[in-house]
Design a protein around this ligand. Sequence first.
Ligand SMILES: *Cc1c(COP(=O)(O)O)cnc(C)c1O
Length: 432
Amino acid sequence: MKYYSTNKQVPLASLSEAVIKGLASDKGLYMPEQIRRLDADVIRQMPGMPFADIACLVADAFFGEDIEKETLDKIVRDTLSFETPVVHVAGNRYSLELFHGPTLAFKDVGARFMARLLRHFLRSEGSERVHVLVATSGDTGSAVANGFLGVEGIHVHVLYPKGKVSPIQECQFATLGQNITALEVDGTFDDCQALVKTAFLDPELNEALRLTSANSINVARFLPQAFYYFNAYAQMAAQGRADELVVCVPSGNLGNLTAGLFAAEMGLPIKRFIAANNRNDVFFEYLKTGTYVPRPSVRTIANAMDVGAPSNFARILDLYHHDHAEITRHISGAHYTDEEIADTIRRTFDETGYVLDPHGACGYQALCDSLADTEQGVFLETAHPAKFKETVDAILGREIPIPEKLQAFMQGQKQSVALPNDFARFKQYLLA
Ligand SMILES: *Cc1c(COP(=O)(O)O)cnc(C)c1O
């Protein structure tokens, strides 16, 4: 399979080029030339199948031309070597819990898959070491660090703003050691991101080191998220509830939503999607008006969705040929303020005992607000609420328990490297 850039100013790339480069050199995002449809019979057989078997079928449709089956299946099974996401029932609204990975976030799957695919390509090319640079305000850093932990030939540098990530999040990437270095930057998240961006553009650094990114711009990170949608369908169909299926996706950079749209293009019977935003509602506004106006992000309690210029928007435009009417036929939008998110968390707990996280709360509320009687709605619960413990505890007025997986991280020793907000020093560190 060849990959083209959404900006169409550079030649087609192979899968390995697309994965190693991340962003195309014309700053476009890579898209597969074709999206292979799965046989309707194959999809009909998914209910009752183990998650990993479903994922292997989906991965084969994306990557089967480029990687031999045995290797690809192993990458997929290794990626998913933790519990299967489960659907929870509440009326005709269901949560697909995507927080069974090592850091209790849906980003675990994409990060783990990308790490394994990258290692495969580096090995088969006999390439030198690769350095992954990632700026984080919390969630991405922990998923990427844990996804790449112990993976040979790849070193991950996580830049995070000093004092501005939650203690649990910091433990998840700053205690790991091995091939993971946490850099505690004396600055803001935007400063961290600027340091990373400058590094990618620095000729001397790129001459000396092979640098890549690991955000949802990378095809190896965002495409595997399609596994989840097939799994949601399979679980709903197994219960006889997959007619008129509506899937609601709490959205920031739109990577997760785009993976769902790809699943639908592959033939998965999803009637429509809802993108749920917080106050950073650039995509909501686009759906409403047809005009895309990126703007600086504002801080909310669903902070993994605090995105002012969603990177995967370019993929959605490309997928539907820049046709606003076509896009709104597939996707509708919703947006919620912090107060509304808090109300939803409180009300849902009172009514059902289910503890939503602030991101999933946007998804759940959007289903409450727009699901028709004939429809079945699934929202993606993208992280465990304990990852946002201070926020959720304050809203519910009680302490929510911390799962063992998270507690284990909190026992580790923090081993960050302090760094001033200064590119010359960052460069010096990388070259050392
Ligand atoms: C990253 C993230 C999102 C947003 O996903 P996108 O693919 O960026 O749209 C939502 N919820 C949580 C908890 C996240 O970590």
